[in-house]
Design a protein around this ligand. Sequence first.
Ligand code: PEP
Ligand code: MG
Length: 325
Amino acid sequence: REVRLMRYTNLPAETRDGKLIFLKANIEIPEEVDSVLSHGADGVGLYRSEFLFLQSGSIPDEETQYRVYSQVLEALPGKTVTIRTLDIGGDKLFPGRFDHQDKNPILGWRAIRLCLSETDLFRTQLRALLRASAHGKLRIMFPMVSGIEELNQVLALYDSVVEELHREAVPMAAYIPVGIMIEIPSAAVVSDVLAKRVDFFSIGTNDLIQYTLAVDRGNERVAYLYEPFHPAVLRLLTTIIRNAHANGIPVAMCGEMAGDPLATLILLGLGLDEFSMGAAAIPEVKQILRNVTLLEAEELVGTIMDMKSHDEIQSYVAQLMEKRF
Ligand code: PEP
Ligand code: MG
């Protein structure tokens, strides 16, 4: 099966009626760039930078981070690499300095919240990223933004680091798109406001579903309630994509849902511009995209948006995919 799908590696993810979709890869360590290339990814849609910290068990200094980020950018010439700033805390506990005991870690001191209070750590990472930007096509993405005050704070800090490097005459890329993950329901709801301040969105469905449905993404006992096709989730996706496009910015998705072949048609029909997933999932999603039309995907979305339950939507899509593929 894999071998048959690999025929698609060098072909674009273009629907039969000409809609071109970007298929990108999620990576956690630099060694994965080989797999990014061999699976025909259009770039990296999510590089989880926290693994550099978690793996080494200590906080890498600016030089170390600069070298690693540059190495990834240089290994993928001409391809966009989206690096997400530190997302520790929550389920990714860091030994030592940040092994705090929040009562509710998933709702606690994590990701951008942690970075905005530990600004030395955050500034060091931003300096390393900006310096690395001279080595390829970098996009920077901030995790777990919940609203406009937080975003303004992040962007002000980012701008001050950019200015600092300008003053030091450090070479940087002329243009570095800056975006945010939409993975907290409040951010999805006010995405019209947030879209005016950033260059792109990337939807993190792993967390967005968890927070929307109040279901711990790692808890087996409630896993049956973790429903990507829940109408509440689909309505939020609709809102996010509509608000982004109304403000002229593209929308990616880098949560697991982006690599689920059952979700491909729905996401296409909702207008998603970019899908990012584990590289191994790319060939199958590409095969689906190349064999459908945007029109039929939009019709499918029209149909399922009138349905009232996850089960109804899920079985309708499963039947359709069974018939078509
Ligand atoms: C997500 O939440 O969907 C996501 C991509 O980020 P992570 O899985 O690293 O939380
Ligand atoms: Mg997340």
